[in-house]
Design a binder for this molecule. Structure first.
Ligand code: ADP
Length: 448
C-alpha cells in the first residue's frame, strides 16, 4: 500500500462497529460518494464480523486494519491473527471493486479497494491534511455507530421506497403511452387499409376506362377505314363520269354546264383526297403498317423529293434541298420517310407566300435531325400541340389558297413514331416554321 492514512486495532466483536465508522470517515475524507462510503464500511464490517464470530471453532484473536490510498483507489487491508477464516468470508463482490485474500496458517490477510471518483486527485498536502483530521477525530462508541448505522439503513430504505414509487409511476406512464401508441397504430392501419382499398378500386376503374377508351379508339379507326373504303369507289366513279362529260369527244356542253362539271370534278377530287388521307391515318392507327427496314442513303431520298416537290413551287418561293454530307446512311423505311418529308414540304409551300422552303439534315449523336424550315405565316405557340390533332386547321386560309384536310400532320407524326423517332415544331406567327424529324441512325426495329 503506497500511502497509508490511518490504522486501528480490533480485539472484540464490538470493535467492528468502530472499524465500520472509521471506514466511512476515511471514505468520506478521500472523496467517495455517500453510497460508496456505506458500501465500503459495510464490506469491512462484514469481514470483521466473520473474523470474530465463533462458529464452533476458534475465532481470530485480533486484527489490524489499515486504510490507505493508491492508484486512484481507497485501499483497506485487514490482517487477522488466528486460525484461517478465509472460507467463512461472505461474498463482497458488489460492495468493493477488488478483493484478495491471503490465507496463512496463523494470519489471514484481506485486501480490498474502491475507486475514488474522477477529479478527486489527492495531492500529498491533501493526504497530510486528511491524516491530521482523522488523527484528531476520535472513534465514537459502538452504540453511536449502531445508531448511525440504523439511520443509514432507514435512509437507504426511504430511498428504495422512493425508487419503487418512481418506478411504479414510470410503469403506469409507459402503459398509458403504450395504449396511446396502440390506439394510434390501429387508427393508422385502419386508414391505410381504407386508402389501399380506395386505390385498388381506383385502379380497377382506371383499367376499365382504358379498356373502354381502347375499344372506342379501335371502333373509330374501324369506322373511318370502312367508310373511306366504301366512299372511294363512288367518288372515283363521279370523277370519271365528270371527266367523260368534259371530254371533247362527248356532246358539247353549254358554258354554264362546263363550269358546273368543273365544280363537280374539283369537289370530287377534294373528297377523294380526304378519303385517301383518312384511309392512311386509319391504317397507321390500326397498327397494320409494318415498316420495311433497310439501309437508306438520305441523299437519294432528298434528290427524289427535290424532283417531285419542285413542281409545286411558284415563282415567289424557292425550294432549297440541301444534300447531307456523306456518309448519310440511316436504317429506316424509305417510302414512309419520303411520305413524311413530302408532307412537310407541301405544308411549307402551302403556307408560304414568298421566301423559301428549305430542307436540311444534320447528325446529332446517334440521331439524324431532318429539318423543314419555311419563311411562311407561322403558327401561334398555343396551337403547336393542336395542329397534330386530327382535322385541326389553324383558322384563316393558307396564303396560297390551297386547301387541306387537317390529317397530314397527325399522320406524319404517327409514321415518325413508327420509325422510332419524333416529330416536333418550332414556329412563330410571321416568322416562319421549322418542323424537325428526329430519327435514330440505327433505326427503330432493334436489329442493329
Ligand atoms: P392540312 O395541311 O391538310 O390542313 P395538316 O395536318 O398538314 O393539315 O396541318 C394542320 C394545320 O397546321 C394546317 O391546316 C395549318 O393551319 C397548320 N400548318 C401546318 N404546316 C404549317 C406551316 N408550315 N406553316 C404554317 N402553318 C402550318
Amino acid at each position: 500500500m503506497n500511502t497509508r492514512l490511518v490504522h486501528l486495532l480490533l480485539r472484540t466483536e464490538s470493535d467492528v462497529f468502530v472499524a465500520r465508522q472509521r471506514a466511512r470517515e476515511v471514505a468520506a475524507a478521500v472523496g467517495l460518494e455517500r453510497q460508496d462510503q456505506v458500501r465500503l464500511a459495510t464490506a469491512l464490517s462484514e469481514i470483521g464480523r466473520t473474523l470474530f464470530t465463533d462458529r464452533g471453532g476458534p475465532a481470530a484473536t485480533a486484527a489490524e486494519v489499515w486504510f490507505g490510498v493508491s492508484a486512484g483507489k481507497i485501499q483497506v487491508e485487514v490482517v487477522a491473527i488466528g486460525p484461517s477464516q478465509a472460507d467463512q468470508l461472505p461474498s463482497l463482490g458488489r460492495l468493493v471493486d477488488d478483493l484478495t485474500i491471503d490465507d496463512g496458517p496463523t494470519t489471514t490477510v484481506v485486501r480490498m479497494s474502491r475507486r475514488i471518483p474522477a477529479g478527486g486527485e489527492l495531492s500529498e498536502a491533501r493526504l497530510d491534511r486528511i491524516r491530521g483530521e482523522l488523527a484528531a477525530s476520535a472513534p465514537r462508541s459502538p452504540l453511536d455507530e449502531m445508531a448511525e448505522q440504523n439511520e443509514q439503513l432507514l435512509t437507504a430504505l426511504e430511498e428504495t421506497r422512493a425508487h419503487r414509487d418512481e418506478l411504479a409511476q414510470l410503469n403506469a406512464e409507459l402503459e398509458e403511452t403504450n395504449r396511446g401508441v396502440m390506439a394510434l397504430y390501429n387508427q393508422l392501419s385502419g386508414e391505410l387499409e381504407e386508402t389501399n382499398r380506395g386505390v385498388v378500386a381506383l385502379y380497377a376503374e382506371l383499367d376499365e376506362r382504358s379498356a373502354q377508351l381502347r375499344a372506342a379508339s379501335e371502333a373509330k379507326t374501324r369506322f373511318l377505314a370502312n367508310v373511306s373504303h366504301e366512299l372511294r369507289a363512288p367518288v372515283t366513279a363521279v370523277i370519271g363520269l365528270a371527266r367523260l362529260l368534259d371530254d371533247p369527244e362527248s356532246d358539247p356542253l353549254t358554258e354554264d354546264q362546263a363550269r358546273q362539271v368543273q365544280l363537280i370534278r374539283g369537289s370530287a377530287a377534294d373528297l377523294l383526297r380526304l378519303v385517301n388521307d383518312l384511309l392512311d391515318l386509319a391504317k397507321a392507327e390500326s397498327g397494320t403498317i409494318q415498316p420495311d427496314w433497310s439501309d437508306v442513303d438520305l441523299r437519294g431520298v432528298f434528290s427524289q423529293l427535290r424532283g417531285t416537290v419542285r413542281a409545286m413551287t411558284t415563282g415567289d418561293v424557292e425550294l432549297v434541298v440541301v444534300d447531307p454530307a456523306p456518309p448519310a446512311e440511316i436504317r429506316t423505311d424509305e417510302v414512309l420517310l419520303a411520305q413524311v418529308l413530302r408532307n412537310l414540304l407541301h405544308n411549307g409551300l402551302k403556307f408560304t407566300a414568298a421566301g423559301e422552303v428549305r430542307m436540311a439534315a444534320t447528325r446529332a449523336g446517334a440521331d439524324w435531325l431532318i429539318q423543314v424550315t419555311d419563311t411562311g405565316i407561322g403558327i401561334p405557340a398555343e396551337l403547336h400541340d393542336r395542329i397534330f390533332e386530327e382535322f385541326y386547321q389553324v383558322p384563316g386560309r393558307a396564303p396560297t389558297g390551297a386547301t387541306g384536310t387537317g390529317l397530314g400532320l397527325p399522320y406524319a407524326r404517327r409514321l415518325v413514331t413508327l420509325l422510332g423517332g419524333e416529330l416536333t415544331v418550332a414556329s412563330e406567327p410571321g416568322a416562319g416554321s421549322t418542323f424537325t424529324v428526329r430519327l435514330p441512325v440505327a433505326g427503330g426495329d432493334g436489329t442493329s
